[in-house]
Design a protein around this ligand. Sequence first.
Ligand code: SF4
Length: 458
Amino acid sequence: MPFEIAKSMVGEAALKQGLKYIRNNPEKNLVNLAKWGGRLAREPMHKQYARQWAEMFADDNNNWRNLAVKALNQLSPGVVERSGVNMFLNAGILSPARRKEGEEKYGVHVPWAILIDPTGRCNLRCKGCWAAEYDRSQDMDYETLDRVMTEAEDIGVNFFVISGGEPTVRMDDLISLARKHNESMFHVFSNGTLITRERAQQFAELGNMTFAISLEGFEEETDARRGKGVFQKVMQAMDNLKEAGVPFGFSATYTRENTEILGSDEWIDLMIDKGCLLGWLFTYVPVGGEADLDYMATPEQRLFMLRQVRKWRSEKPIFVADFWNDGVFTQGCIAGGRNYFHINAMGDVEPCAFVHYANMNIKETSLVEALKSPLFLEYQKHQPFNSNFMRPCPIIDNPEWLEKMVDETKAYSTQKNGVSAAQLCRPLHGYAKTWGEIADNVKAEDDKSTAESQTDVQ
Ligand code: SF4
């Protein structure tokens, strides 16, 4: 038996025991585990981390502690075990080494995650959907999906984000892929309307599927954009997932019309009450040729959301990611294979879900060759696109970059009504400038308060 497999089996058995122990009494055993970690740690720095974790888990006012306890109580035992092993052991410990090996062998940068669309079809049609400009009749064949995932796992990618179209219109294929690739995590963006009690039970049995369900706000806003009755179906889907013990959260796009609602405490409290453990916030990006710039959240609304998310992080037991404003945590843009990339339902290999340009199609090439896409290499050469990571994006924050990269690599438009990069990017310069000024002020405030807190420590 190869040493790596033997080692991972020992690690897996120990991790499963540890997860079982914590699940028995999360309130008490999270603290105990952190204390044991502190005793076993050799490095002073690791001892300090363990002490901080133990203090955090002992503080029942700490919202991260409360989120961890809530997750452990809410999730089914099978989900805790499978997801724990996949996230901590496979994606966290074994994959980085495999990625490094893959990088040395093939001379490419291997990302952490792949976003892949099994279908362009959807049972809803929402205003401003980033996928609405694709040819919506396409499905990716099962063999290609399976091949991409197998090739990805071989080079250390164990995290698949699934989008569309509505991926659950191919529910059986999705479940079959998650079963076959059970050492990887599947994070599915869905409109939730097809998640029944029975399906939720199947996801719980698999243990490696998590969901982000789309909403626009409360019932009025959600039904206005997505169709009558959709909000209630989503509430039911969340109940089904919670009852089955499957991890899930919300996904929401903030626009000029709903930013104040999605950024309200009432709304986030509803999501927490429904059982959401996480949430994705996206700002509306005009991807199409006739995209409505007036639908974009204003720079001031983006600032409001940034401040709300920061406040929630210290108050609310939910993990909320704000895809653009959180560039600080990822040192800017993550696309183009740096941390992730997107394969649409036609097979086009794109840098990001919001960048509909490509040089390659996965149906005609291997995954490793696709990672050598000229547009990806151009991305990686120029990242970060701005020294202020609150201005990470080459589409909305630095539109001159996307236009330049698409032109230089002669990437084709993957939309059914091809839009040139100039057509897409040029109208965004005004927005980028205004947001740039706001973001630079926020950065200056942040830098000042960091410097002051360091002086206090000294
Ligand atoms: S291209 Fe823009 S939206 Fe895509 S990952 Fe980079 S910053 Fe985010």
